[in-house]
Design a protein around this ligand. Sequence first.
Ligand SMILES: CC(C)(COP(=O)(O)OP(=O)(O)OC[C@H]1O[C@@H](n2cnc3c(N)ncnc32)[C@H](O)[C@@H]1OP(=O)(O)O)[C@@H](O)C(=O)NCCC(=O)NCCS
Length: 161
Amino acid sequence: MIDSGLRDRAGRHVTLRPVDDDNWRAVADVAPRDDQRAWVAALAARYLLLADRSEVWTSLAVYADETVVGHVMWGVDDDGSRWIGGMVVDAAEQDRGVGRATVRTLADWLATQDGGPHPVRLSYHPDNTAAARLYTTLGFHPTGTHDGEELTAELTPTPSR
Ligand SMILES: CC(C)(COP(=O)(O)OP(=O)(O)OC[C@H]1O[C@@H](n2cnc3c(N)ncnc32)[C@H](O)[C@@H]1OP(=O)(O)O)[C@@H](O)C(=O)NCCC(=O)NCCS
């Protein structure tokens, strides 16, 4: 379990846990709002399959207390940088602070993995204003490179992190 002790705005404890025999159905059913499907998969099931087929990505279940409320995945690039992908908070659980707690928790864990510090990268579609605001306010800055149509952003480690 990855736990930074963070809570959402309802006071629920946000943790990131392995996808296992008990929770995979709930994770697979995580779905964004219909209007967000232009930027992410219609169901987190797609990301579970991607992680299963890939040697790069590892999926995690996002919990608020003991309820599965989202999906996120992480990977390591050839240059040692850490990546976050597949960030989806279920439509019914959005705007409660879960996304912010999730990205902070995972980014802090990845940045210090194996002794760190590591840059943490992600990408988002430029029209995805919710994602852009979330990542920008957490300190991610555009690198000037693109991943397809998406902008790449990085959280650069500093000595104080
Ligand atoms: C982006 C997403 C993960 C944010 O998760 P969330 O739990 O709803 O976000 P939070 O409630 O933690 O809000 C965090 C910040 O995101 C931004 N944000 C969230 N919803 C927003 C909206 N509708 N409009 C603008 N900004 C928004 C705000 O900056 C917010 O800051 P605050 O904490 O000061 O309110 C969620 O909207 C989502 O799953 N979207 C669909 C999938 C997606 O686009 N994933 C990102 C792919 S790169």
